[in-house]
Design a protein around this ligand. Structure first.
Ligand code: GDP
Ligand code: MG
Length: 182
């Protein structure tokens, strides 16, 4: 038996959300354990990969970054198609980024057109909770949890890409829900 052929799964993960909420930072923290305080708008779309083991399965997460500012049009449905999980990110300190979650959610389902939209795995991340200490928080945790509950119990994580808080946990959930839906 060739052990290199041990069940290996490639999962395509799409990260969506308004510009500036921390999508690129979350990915950099998760994959490289690095945080860059300088804001550099992502151009177009790109991906990073991370390998992890879930039970007896080797899983490669292929995590696609997007430039939120570019909105949906330029990405096109080819970018979304074949996704195994969609991560929706907002900034807990910016109300509008939370309100936009519904648009991103809807747009993803429209573009990716998954066979079972009701059970397609999403994960929601409320990022930048480290800024909360400065009383800048605009979106209460309960409000975010309600939103997730009303859309088929989407798992919700509060993170700080800056401090590396809860980032691994959020992406582990991404991998697990995607594997479960395979
Ligand atoms: P993107 O446009 O969604 O990819 O957002 P970026 O990852 O580029 O982050 C936008 C800005 O927010 C950058 O200046 C980051 O350094 C900063 N940022 C990202 N995540 C956090 C976080 O968790 N806490 C704080 N304080 N700043 C963050
Ligand atoms: Mg970016």
């Amino acid at each position: 038996m060739d052990f290199s052929m041990k069940r290996r799964t490639l999962l395509k993960v799409i990260v969506l959300g308004d510009g500036g909420v921390g999508k690129t930072s979350l990915m950099n923290q998760y994959v490289y354990n690095k945080f860059n305080p300088l804001y550099k708008a992502t151009i177009g779309a790109d991906f990073v990969t991370k390998e992890l083991q879930i039970d007896d399965k080797m899983v490669t997460l292929q995590i696609w970054d997007t430039a939120g500012q570019e909105r949906f049009q330029s990405l096109g449905s080819a970018f979304y198609r074949g996704a195994d999980c969609c991560v929706l990110v907002f900034d807990v300190n910016i109300q509008r980024s939370f309100e936009m979650l519904s648009n991103w959610h809807e747009e993803f389902l429209k573009q990716a057109d998954p066979s079972n939209p009701e059970s397609f795995p999403f994960v929601v991340i409320g990022n930048k909770i480290d800024l909360d200490y400065g009383n800048s928080r605009m979106v209460p945790e309960e409000k975010a949890r309600d939103w997730c509950a009303s859309r088929g119990n989407i798992p919700y994580f509060e993170t700080s890409a800056k401090e590396g808080y809860n980032v691994d946990e959020a992406f582990l959930c991404v991998a697990k829900t995607a594997v479960a839906c395979e």
